[in-house]
Design a protein around this ligand. Structure first.
Ligand SMILES: C[S@@+](CC[C@H](N)C(=O)[O-])C[C@H]1O[C@@H](n2cnc3c(N)ncnc32)[C@H](O)[C@@H]1O
Length: 334
């Protein structure tokens, strides 16, 4: 998603922002977004988080000039509240406000899901089916489960469930049959080739003769494995259950997803925060029921054609933005 679109929807450059703002970037990656956000106003401070320690290390170097305005945190956003509690002193030192329950309050929260270009480009981490590497796919190398374990050790039924839950459609069982036949699968390129052959054989069996899809058949298989290795959907659900507690009144949350499974979770949560529960929605007094805020993007924001042309990875990005009701409170302490 084009950074300027994120800036626009976060309302960062609105006229008359009165004071210092607290930002929380839960997916720091290469630090590109936070760098742009900090550059828009000297009064902004930011807490930045990534579960990949090497991403945080690199961003610390890249954002070296801004360290006085930043709190770097390593961890999984599934543990958001616990992580923030561990950095309480630093956050207070930056001037982030806390509510009565002791939760830090952020005016703008950004989540840019998925993997970073750095992770995809590092062949040895196993995210890319186009580069020779180990079947790893962990965003946090400190966790135990790898793609190798799933591909080579899990029973066929469990592997099938991983592919189906990760969005592989009708061809999932053909991929599983071929993978199980070729075990042990030693590398990313080997797995990609197995997927390609399974897809060709399946087309032949189905009597399909039309043009072959542009997308490599391994794309969805790698995505499903990565989702399982990193427990991405579970982490996202856990995050969504916590994030409102740290979004300041009047604050905005922008979330960018790259596949429909994530986007559905985000859309469902933001709609639920913007509407009274289904059971009471049609009652006459339902308009009087308070909800936490408003979904600002009635439809997901998608990248412009020019952005997709310049960066094919952006083609499936979807951004949704939620605003919490309430007045914007001043950030204390600085
Ligand atoms: C798409 S990149 C973010 C790119 C970033 N916005 C930038 O400007 O460079 C996603 C990042 O989020 C991190 N990430 C993904 N899931 C996470 C999670 N559950 N907790 C913390 N970090 C996560 C990944 O390690 C990766 O570095």
């Amino acid at each position: 998603m084009l950074i300027e679109e994120v800036v626009r929807w976060l309302g960062i450059e609105r006229e008359g922002l009165p004071r210092r703002f607290a930002l929380l970037d839960c997916t720091l990656g290469g630090g590109g977004h936070v760098k742009r956000l900090l550059a828009s106003d000297q009064r902004f401070v930011a807490a930045v988080l990534d579960q990949d320690p090497s991403a945080v290390q690199r961003a610390q170097i890249a954002l070296g000039n801004e360290v006085n305005r930043l709190c770097f945190m390593i961890g999984n956003f599934a543990e958001l509240k616990t992580i923030l509690a561990g950095y309480r002193t630093r956050l207070a030192g930056l001037g982030v406000a806390f509510d009565r329950q002791g939760a830090p309050q952020f005016d703008r929260i950004l989540v840019d899901l998925g993997i970073s270009s750095d992770q995809l480009d590092a062949a040895e981490r196993g995210f890319s089916f186009a580069k020779e590497g180990a079947l790893d796919m962990r965003m946090n190398p400190g966790t135990l489960l790898t793609a190798d374990e799933i591909v080579n050790k899990w029973p066929a039924g469990r592997l099938l469930a991983v592919l189906r839950e990760g969005g592989v459609g009708a061809g999932a069982s053909a991929f599983v049959r071929e993978i199980v036949k070729k075990r042990p699968v030693r590398s990313t390129l080997e797995l990609a080739e197995i997927c390609r052959k399974a897809s060709v054989a399946q087309r032949r069996r189905a009597g399909k003769t039309g043009p072959v899809k542009k997308q490599h058949p391994a794309t969805v298989v790698f995505q499903a494995l990565r989702i399982a290795v990193n427990q991405e959907l579970q982490s996202l659900s856990s995050f969504l259950a916590q994030v409102l507690a740290v979004l300041a009144p009047g604050g905005r949350l922008a979330m960018i997803s790259f596949h429909s499974l994530e986007d559905q979770l985000v859309a469902r949560a933001m709609r639920a925060w913007s509407q009274p529960p289904v059971e009471v929605r049609n009652l006459p007094q339902s308009g009087l029921l308070s909800v936490p805020g408003e979904l600002l993007t009635k439809k997901a924001v998608v990248p412009q054609a020019a952005e997709v042309a310049a960066n094919v990875r952006a083609r499936s990005a979807r951004m949704r933005v939620f605003e919490r009701f309430g007045a914007v409170c001043p950030v204390e302490g600085v």
